[in-house]
Write a protein that binds this ligand. Structure first.
Ligand code: GLU
Ligand code: ZN
Length: 288
């Protein structure tokens, strides 16, 4: 099997040092393994994605010396694929429509008898208000869909994923952990064909991605991806969650942090080699 990895930026802001590190590391690792590095555009959130950001990101990545095969996949062009995956889950009775607002969820989760709301990788763990909703008929199109995590994990039993960088090992994904610490996450939104979790899992499988290289901040999301992969009968890639690039104060870099945008460094006359050195990458390719 060809080693394939990818960098999947969302075109909602400039490419900053943290993204550049992620992309260069993935590119290096693919090169060292004799594999392929793919660039993919995560523009599922059409309300926030901008063509100008996409163009700038591509330009910055090329300037950094990265290359990738054409065509570049765009999530916005793949909505029928996500719909098909949702259909599979819906027909198995694993999804339910949710009409709660953020405020409803906050209120239900912080009701006095509930104590402080529990947080999962997707924010507040959904209190289950809409769980009894109808699960028959055609796939609903006009509301958010949540996955019934209890039923979903019962359907697959324990699954697992392997991680090599952050804290190397094989991680079991259990029903108890998913129900208690993740809950019924959203897989499709009213204004978005699919959530990040569902779209990324379908994309990785369809593109034959064997190795996912991404930031440590997504480590907790990986268990969700492993569950979705099992439910949809898709392979689970090997995960390599890398350290995060922080500013001098130790804070994670944010999208709006223009000071660390690659475009700003370019304007200041920095070279790609200097960018590599800044994030601690040796010259030339790095193997895992
Ligand atoms: N578009 C996602 C992001 O920018 C990709 C995350 C991933 O690699 O799974 O965070
Ligand atoms: Zn709801």
């Amino acid at each position: 099997m060809t080693f394939r990895t990818r960098f999947a930026p969302s075109p909602t802001g400039p490419l900053h040092l943290g993204h550049a590190y992620s992309a260069m590391l993935a590119h290096d690792i693919a090169q060292a393994a004799g594999g392929i590095f793919h660039l993919r555009i995560d523009d599922i959130d059409q309300g926030r994605a901008r063509p100008a950001w996409e163009a700038q990101i591509l330009d910055d990545l090329q300037w950094l010396g990265l290359s990738w095969p054409a065509p570049v996949w765009r999530q916005s062009a793949r909505t029928p694929r996500y719909r098909a995956a949702l259909e599979v889950l819906w027909r198995r009775g694993l999804l339910y429509p949710c009409t709660c607002t953020r405020r409803d969820i906050q209120a239900a989760a912080s009701a006095p008898q509930e104590g402080a709301p529990l947080l999962g990788p997707d924010g507040i763990i959904y209190p289950g208000t809409c769980r009894p909703a109808r699960r028959t008929g055609p796939l609903p199109e006009d509301c958010a869909l949540r996955i019934d995590m209890k039923m979903a994990t019962q359907a697959i039993g324990t699954t697992q994923f392997t991680e090599t960088l952050h804290d190397p090992g094989t991680y079991p994904v259990t029903a108890a952990g998913m129900i208690g610490a993740v809950g019924d996450i959203v897989v499709s939104r009213r204004d978005m064909a699919a959530s990040y979790h569902l779209s990324i899992v379908v994309d990785d499988a369809d593109q034959g991605i064997t190795d996912v290289v991404r930031g440590q901040d997504l480590f907790d999301a990986t268990q969700i991806h492993a569950v979705l992969q099992r439910l949809l009968d898709l392979p689970t890639p090997v995960y390599h969650h890398h350290r995060l690039i922080r500013d001098e104060a130790g804070k994670r870099l944010a999208k709006r942090d223009d000071a660390r945008a690659i475009a700003t460094y370019r304007e200041d006359g920095k070279t790609p080699a200097e960018i590599r050195a800044m994030v601690g990458l040796p010259p030339g390719a790095t193997a895992l």
